[in-house]
Write a protein that binds this ligand. Sequence first.
Ligand SMILES: [Cu+2]
Length: 163
Amino acid sequence: MASSHSTIIFIATLVVLATSISAKEYIVGDGSGWTLDFDYQAWAKDKVFTVGDTLVFNYAPGAHNVMKVDGNNFQQCNIAPLLNGTLTSGRDVIPLKTSGMKWYICGVGKHCELRKMKLAIAVLPQTMTPAPAPSVSQSSKLTVPSIYGFLVALFGSLVLLLA
Ligand SMILES: [Cu+2]
């Protein structure tokens, strides 16, 4: 009996851990990459970004860059002051470490103002279940199942160790 209980808990633990680490990588603009005159708001609209996911900006180095800015500077395409410096590698990988709104613009020429090189996304906290459409009011509710899942996983692991 004890061993079958352990097996069930072990499987439950694996499921919880697997869902909590299933991070996604989003290629910004997909095959088009980070480029002129692409509608990044339309690209982001049907995607759910979660803490642990990563954004990848692909472009020819020198042609563009990636700057993380705040909401006001995003609206005005103002490249100063910068929050996190400028990314220029041409394959810039940005881990989404915290929840909330994130804003990115291209700081080359007037690419942000005139050529639509600006991306705003809402990042949700980690959660066990597939997240519904992004909404600010849901962010606080989604934190609870995430912590609950972690505790279940922790407790399951402890039971396994003791079994
Ligand atoms: Cu650009």
